[in-house]
Design a protein around this ligand. Structure first.
Ligand SMILES: [Zn+2]
Length: 456
């Protein structure tokens, strides 16, 4: 009899970890980092609700840090077995895990420099990340991580390389959605499905709402850029390096080709975004890209760049932006303002009422991005208080996650025979999705709590 234990992203969005336990071996689905308030997230990240030595394999759905970022903690605690994923996810995870380790190290160093009373150690180091990277195994066709377990990966349409994980063991079939992409999106094709499953473990990030059409983002973005150009504002965009940054640049490329935006300099200030955009360019005719993107890419040889877009890797070039005058657009990471260069840009602009913070992605509870989105007037950056005078705007167009009706239609297509587990969503989102699914006649719906276990 197989069992499943929910070890993260149960009643919240970050820290995805779900453990399938069988008589012959244990498979961990994703190994994500909890994100949120520093001290709270740190405590949760250091505690694994399972015996690490009993894990036989890890399978990753996609390269986002909330699905992979705790791997270096696993290896730091002695894990040496394989970590399976699609080849694109392996490529991207290598970049993202190294970057995550650097962020942990840099933030700890900066925090310690400006806080006299409290010292912190990085959660993990680049060495721990390299150990985790050495365990990555590329699997684009079905594989058996141990004797009674068969795993197949299905495109999820969430970010480049993203997959759903379909596990077959001891007579049961379990589909783990990972993060589910939207039906209609800018760059990728929508998800595809296995023909039948018993159980579905599905994300519910936007289980209680719909997104406006992503196509409509162009007009709003053009309006913001035109007004910022006139006012000489700095527009600071926290962009998730994987996908959101490329989506924004792709829209800018479109707007520039149409003549809808002026010659405003754009700085993509993140070494990781630079590396990942290179991968998008290399993969543009081989990845899971949509027809409309491919048509565009055939006409425009560089869909992620034009003469005013500057990719910045070096720290000293990033620092130069602090003193440079607007107008300009700075796209920097991390996407929820939890670490990285975005914090330095925010620190520099937050008390300037002429500058704009433009949020273009999901902001998890407890993150600085969420606090700013909710209109807090005073926030701490690197432990120091700042009053918020800059304008904060939030665009809801850009989610890489399916909205409520896309999730419902996904469940209808998968049509699980025995039960549905809702994960990767705060409780109000899970409740919203649960009610919508019940209306569709799905009754066996569970909202697992952290650490809860079920027989399959
Ligand atoms: Zn994701």
């Amino acid at each position: 009899m197989a069992r499943i234990k929910f070890c993260g992203a149960a009643g919240e969005v970050t820290g995805s970890k779900h453990l399938i336990m069988t008589g012959k071996g244990n498979l961990l689905l994703d190994c994500g980092l909890f994100q949120g308030k520093r001290a709270e997230a740190r405590e949760k990240n250091l505690k694994f609700p399972f015996d690490i030595s009993a894990i036989d394999a890890v399978a990753l759905s996609h390269a986002h840090i909330d699905h992979t970022g705790a791997l270096p903690l696993l290896t730091k605690n002695g894990y040496k077995k394989p970590v399976y994923c699609s080849s694109i996810t392996s490529h991207l995870s290598e970049i993202m895990l190294k970057d995550s380790a650097r962020l942990q190290e840099n933030d700890a160093e900066f925090f310690n420099k400006i806080n006299k009373d409290e010292k912190i150690a990085p959660l993990y180091t680049e060495e721990d990340a390299l150990k985790a990277i050495s365990l990555l195994r590329k699997k684009d066709s079905p594989f058996k991580p141990f004797e009674n377990m068969k795993v197949s990966l299905y495109e999820a349409g969430h970010v480049l390389g993203s997959c759903q994980i379909f596990a077959e063991t001891e007579g049961v079939k379990i589909l783990y959605s990972g993060d589910v992409g939207r039906q209609s999106q800018l760059l990728l094709n929508p998800p595809c499905f296995p023909s039948e499953t018993d159980y579905l473990v599905i994300e519910s990030t936007y289980g209680d709402r719909e997104h406006p059409e992503v196509e409509d983002a162009k007009e709003v973005l053009a309006e913001i850029i035109n007004s910022a150009f006139k006012k000489k504002s700095k527009v600071i965009i926290p962009g998730f390096s994987l996908e959101r940054t490329q989506e924004i640049i792709y829209i800018l490329d479109n707007l520039k080709n149409e003549g809808s935006i002026p010659a405003i300099p754009v700085y993509v200030d993140s070494p990781m975004s630079c590396e990942i955009t290179k991968i998008f360019n290399e993969m543009k005719f081989t990845g899971n890209f949509s027809k409309s993107f491919l048509e565009y890419a055939r006409l425009d040889k560089d869909p992620f760049g034009y003469e005013y877009i500057n990719y910045i890797s070096e720290k000293r070039d990033s620092q130069k932006l602090n003193d440079a005058a607007g107008p300009m657009l700075i796209i920097s990471a991390s996407g929820m303002c939890e670490g990285g260069r975005i914090l330095h840009h925010l620190r520099n602009s937050i008390e300037n009422e002429n500058d704009i913070l433009l949020l273009v992605g999901f902001q998890a509870q407890g993150t600085l991005g969420r606090r700013l989105k909710e209109g807090e007037k005073e926030v701490k950056i690197f432990g120091l208080k700042h009053e918020v005078f800059m304008e904060v705007r939030s665009l809801e167009f850009f989610s890489a996650h399916a909205g409520k009706s896309d999730l419902v239609s996904y469940v209808r297509k998968v049509n699980p025979k025995k039960g549905i587990f809702l994960v990767h969503g705060e409780n109000s989102q899970r409740e919203g999705l649960s009610q919508a699914l019940k209306k569709e006649g799905f009754n066996d719906i569970r909202l697992p709590e952290h650490g809860q276990e079920y027989e399959l």
